[in-house]
Write a protein that binds this ligand. Structure first.
Ligand code: THG
Length: 264
């Protein structure tokens, strides 16, 4: 499973401050820490409180790349900011994300083709996030069809069924699991799947156990990637265990250690 390290996000106070003061240190520390913890990508999100998202994204990408060589996952609803980030990425990146809305898919898939980028597509449309799995899968199908029409390989597309905080959106849980399972039946080869793992526990008291349990359950449904806390060692051990139990990695007594120190 690919862990997309979530920590370089202006939603966190230290990163918001670093962006404001143009101080590369906190960003680069988190880049190194997440890479060492086994992240396969680094999510880069300028956060909600930034006035110039284009220049903030460009700066975040540049300073992150000075500290880490792993690929970046550019996370913004502002596609000008994503494009500015892609222009300075040294390695092919991931675009996070695009909803199943025609003009947005046109913008993002055109950009993905130009920059040889992977794409996270969201199972949401003009009317927001549907409640049931069937509607989420229908939106996923639109993303698959558009991805193909723009000449992007289907295995470069990650579909995100969208996890909502379990304290307000509890009924969405089973629908997310069912969506993950059905996405693998959409095409051959199928698209990959991704999720924002920490969303599930936002606003709750027992965040870590909820995130870890959710990760194991999603892996049982075929999850390929998660924007998650790469530095939570118990989460990484849970992911390693779920993969062994799904027969995706070979069991040995040191499987958890092997997983932690793997090279993706
Ligand atoms: N899908 C995709 N991308 C995503 C999301 C998703 N990117 C953003 C987000 N969701 C995933 N990343 C985070 C990062 C942090 C938190 C949740 C998801 C988080 N932050 C603390 C909070 O809100 O309580 C901030 C705490 C602090 O300020 O220190 O939980 O769903 N494709």
């Amino acid at each position: 499973m690919i862990i997309i390290g979530e920590r370089i996000n202006g939603m966190f106070r230290d990163i918001a401050k670093a962006i404001r003061e143009k101080d590369p240190k906190p960003v680069q520390e988190w880049a190194r820490k997440q890479e060492e913890a086994g992240a396969g990508y680094l999510d880069i999100n300028v956060g909600p409180a930034v006035s110039d998202r284009v220049s903030a994204m460009k700066w975040l990408v540049e300073v992150t790349q000075e500290a880490s060589k792993i690929p970046l996952c550019l996370d913004s609803t502002d596609y000008d900011a994503i494009e500015a980030g892609l222009e300075v990425c040294k390695e092919p990146a991931m675009i996070n994300s695009v909803p199943a809305i025609p003009d947005k898919m046109d913008r993002v898939f055109t950009m993905a083709a130009k920059f040889n980028a992977e794409v996270i597509g969201l199972a949401m449309g003009e009317e927001g996030i549907p409640k049931d799995a069937e509607s989420r899968v229908a939106l996923a199908m639109e993303l698959v069809a558009n991805c193909d029409a723009y000449g992007i390989p289907i295995d470069s597309l990650y579909i995100d069924p969208l996890a909502l905080p379990c304290n307000v959106g509890q009924a969405h849980g089973p629908e997310v699991f069912e969506t993950l399972r059905q996405i693998k039946l959409l095409s051959d080869p199928p698209p990959k799947t991704a999720i924002g793992l920490s969303n599930i526990s936002q606003g709750t008291k027992e965040r870590e156990i909820i995130n870890r349990t959710f990760a194991a359950m999603c892996i049982a449904c075929g999850l390929d990637a998660a924007v998650a806390d790469a530095c939570d060692e118990e989460l990484v051990a849970t992911i390693a265990t779920a993969r062994v139990l799904m027969n995706l990695d070979i069991f040995c007594d040191s499987y958890a250690e092997v997983y932690r120190t793997r090279n993706l």
